[in-house]
Design a protein around this ligand. Structure first.
Ligand code: GP9
Ligand code: MN
Length: 716
């Protein structure tokens, strides 16, 4: 033992030993933070290996910089400074994470961010006794150095050593990045979640990545000038589409419930497997005369998938050509979005219900900028064990467990439910399904029908609750599929199920499969039915506004009301391809809508297609300018008040809603108040097997989790 200590002492007294000690200690602290303070959702051996590896590469790289310093005393000093700075970065992120369940961005660190409040004096309240562990090693080392128990090794460093260490670090980092990309393709291009970058690449790499992105964004924003906005406004004015007077305001004053159907494609509607309807409930809704059901409605997302769909629905502005506008720009951009518009123009309250972590797609920040008053993310639900699948709480439970929050919203409300169970590769516990699967050679294709069926059942249960609780009759329910579930390569296996052949399957077929449902259910209306006009996600907001009797002139919205006589039926895909009621144009190739390629278009057709192609390109490019240059910060439509994200804090929404209801007393319009201050949860009937297997008292868990967070809540 004594010998071991002596050896250790000798080792530390050598310059290389001291370096290795510092790197090792920092690695340990990072591991501690990963496993104790952060919840990174690490699963499987492979992800653990990446996690263990990732601090090594960057720590070697950063600490290795000190080795380039020639004078020993300064080299040691440099090492200690770098180690302290890196510990500070790690520790501040730990504190920040305890408050926001997210990592600090450069804008938060510099205090520029509008949404993510930085660390304040109240953050001290978030410190824990064991935090000493983050700093203890540095204190001990300084004492040992000052008291010369550790001596500064005066020997010069061999000149190739720093270079060798940097090279090893770069190599390690490349391995790390490759492993990360293998486990999570498009990790950096799509940037799903800050949690993911930290999980795969570590805090240091994440911070540098965020700094580079921020600098690029700031540069683009700084280049914005007057003519950018003028071009956008000219386009918007030219594309103004007046409402159909018969439809305008038919849903005025109703609650709006948006049901975001994950990965749900139109072909599922009325589709049967073994003679059994996949989505009997949605089919009945689709064919109801109380539903305006669109049969030629397309998703228009890019790499931002769900977040792009959300962005279009909320703002009628497109996503970006690469990456997600939510994660790339959403923390700081100015939005003029549905929750704020509805609140300001018609007194709506607002909420999102989603069973995944709030940081995914940067929703926790973006929603504040959009003016969402409440965001019930995974922290408000019991998501333990078999209650969750991949991206969070299973749909049946999401709907069921949201009711206690939903009933507290002041009416009219604008409430959005984002489902997740029907997500690629569509796994589902056997207890949740007995649906017969097709037997193609693609497992994802087969499973898709079971998760879609499950989603359908969850919607039926929710609708039954809406009816029995009384919410249904004064609501408008908008259901839409966010994007494809099966990719173009899966479509080759899907082809046979659609009565086609993989051999003749082509781009045209892929494009037609980008149809997703849009159904607007307005109980009590009886002139609904299947709507054949062509449209896309960009058109939903203007349509909803007009149905609610809200005038949207002057707003920067790229879509047009689907019911308007002037509605533009050219549907742009994010890659500039487009579909019209007569043609489909893919990378310049023209197809008629029977799927035949038009090899010799007439001069008139050619000119028409060119005009449409130019318009699509111009529209997408203008939308990109709005996003990239954050143009809406310079433009506020008349009668609109810019959103102040600092008004929102999603930590104790439940308690706040209850308080609002109590304060309003007789004037409270929440369902809960209308029900004589009693919950309507008992109206909810579900066959979710997760509830019978164990604890089905969602009330206890949810109440505890939200009340816990409210007590640790220190801002506002
Ligand atoms: C996760 C969910 C999925 O929260 O919305 O996003 P997607 O992978 O479909 O973009
Ligand atoms: Mn999605």
């Amino acid at each position: 033992m004594k010998r071991l200590l002596k050896n250790l002492h000798t080792f530390i007294n050598q310059r290389n030993g001291f370096f290795i000690l510092l790197v090792g200690l920092f690695w340990l602290k990072t591991m501690f933070a990963y496993y104790v303070d952060f919840s990174l959702g690490v699963s499987g051996v492979f992800q653990h290996i990446i996690l263990w590896l990732n601090p090594l590469a960057t720590t070697l790289l950063v600490f290795g910089l000190a080795l380039y310093i020639q004078r020993p005393i300064w080299r040691y000093f440099g090492l200690m400074i770098l180690s302290t700075a890196n510990t500070a970065l790690l520790y501040f992120n730990v504190i920040y994470y305890r408050q926001f369940t997210d990592f600090m961005t450069i804008n938060t660190i510099l205090g520029y961010s509008k949404v993510s409040e930085g660390l304040s004096s109240s953050s001290l309240a978030l410190a824990r006794p064991y935090d000493v562990l983050y700093w203890l090693d540095l204190v001990i080392l300084v004492v040992l150095l000052l008291s010369r128990l550790i001596k500064i090794d005066q020997r010069p460093i061999r000149h190739h050593l720093p270079f060798a260490i940097t090279s090893v670090a770069v190599l390690l980092f490349s391995v790390n990045l490759t492993l990360g990309e293998a486990d999570r393709p498009q990790l950096l291009t799509r940037t799903f979640d800050r949690n993911y970058i930290v999980k795969y690449l570590g805090i240091d790499a994440y911070t540098v990545y965020d700094a580079v992105k921020t600098a690029q964004n700031n540069q683009t924003r700084a280049s914005a000038n007057g003519s950018d906005l003028a071009n956008v406004l000219t386009f918007i004015n030219q594309h103004n589409a007046a409402p159909d007077p018969d439809m305008y305001g038919i849903a005025k004053g109703r609650n709006v419930i948006i049901l975001h159907l994950e990965s749900f494609q139109q072909f599922l509607i009325d589709y049967k497997v073994d003679g059994q309807e996949v989505t009997p409930f949605l089919n009945s809704l689709y064919h109801s005369d109380q539903t305006y059901a669109f049969s030629n409605f397309f998703h228009q997302v890019g790499q931002g998938k769900t977040s792009d769909a959300e962005n279009m629905l909320e703002t009628s502005v497109y996503g970006l050509p690469q990456g997600s506008v939510f994660t790339a720009l959403g923390s700081d951009n100015t939005f003029q979005a549905a929750p704020a518009i509805l609140q300001q123009k018609a007194g709506y309250s607002s909420a999102v219900f989603h069973g995944n972590v709030g940081s995914f797609w940067n929703r926790d920040n973006v929603y504040k900028n959009m003016g969402y008053q409440n965001f019930f993310d995974a922290s408000y639900f019991d998501t333990e064990g078999d209650r969750s699948e991949q991206y969070g709480l299973k749909d049946k439970l999401l709907f069921r467990d949201s009711v206690k929050y939903l009933e507290q919203l002041q009416q009219p409300f604008y409430a959005k439910f984002i489902t997740v169970t029907n997500h690629f590769p569509f796994p589902l516990d056997s207890e949740d399904t007995d649906f017969p699967l097709p037997t193609t050679d693609d497992k994802a294709v087969n499973n898709y029908f079971a998760t879609a069926h499950y989603l359908d059942q969850s919607l039926q249960e929710f609708f039954e609750y809406l009816k029995s609780s009384g919410l249904y009759d004064n609501s408008m329910i908008v259901l839409y599929g966010d994007h494809y579930g099966l990719s173009n390569s899966d479509n080759l296996s899907l082809a046979e199920l659609l009565g086609k052949s993989a051999d003749t399957w082509n781009d045209y077929d892929n494009a037609q499969l980008q149809r997703v449902p849009l159904m607007i259910n307005i109980p009590g209306q009886h002139n609904g039915g299947i709507q054949k006009q062509y449209g896309g996600e960009i058109d939903v907001l203007p349509t909803i506004e007009h149905l609610l009797g809200i005038d949207n002139t002057g707003y920067v919205q790229f879509g047009t009301d689907l019911f308007s006589a002037q509605h533009d039926q050219v549907v742009a895909f994010r890659n500039s391809n487009f579909v019209t009621p007569t043609h489909t144009v893919l990378d310049g190739t023209i197809y008629n809508n029977d799927g035949e390629e038009v090899t010799h278009p007439s001069a008139t057709l050619k000119a028409e297609i060119k005009r449409q192609q130019d318009k699509v390109q111009n529209e997408l490019q203008l939308s990109d300018t709005v996003n990239n240059k954050n143009l809406l910060r310079f433009y506020t439509p008349i009668g609109f008040k810019p959103v102040d994200p600092e008004n929102y804090n999603y930590k104790n929404d439940f308690a706040q809603l209850k308080m609002t209801g109590e304060k309003l007393g007789q004037l409270s319009t929440s369902l809960y108040s209308k029900n004589g201050d009693r919950t309507t949860s008992n109206h909810y009937k579900t066959d979710a097997p997760e509830l019978s297997s164990g604890d089905d008292d969602a009330d206890t868990t949810n109440a505890t989790s939200s009340e816990n967070s409210s007590s640790s809540q220190s801002t506002e």
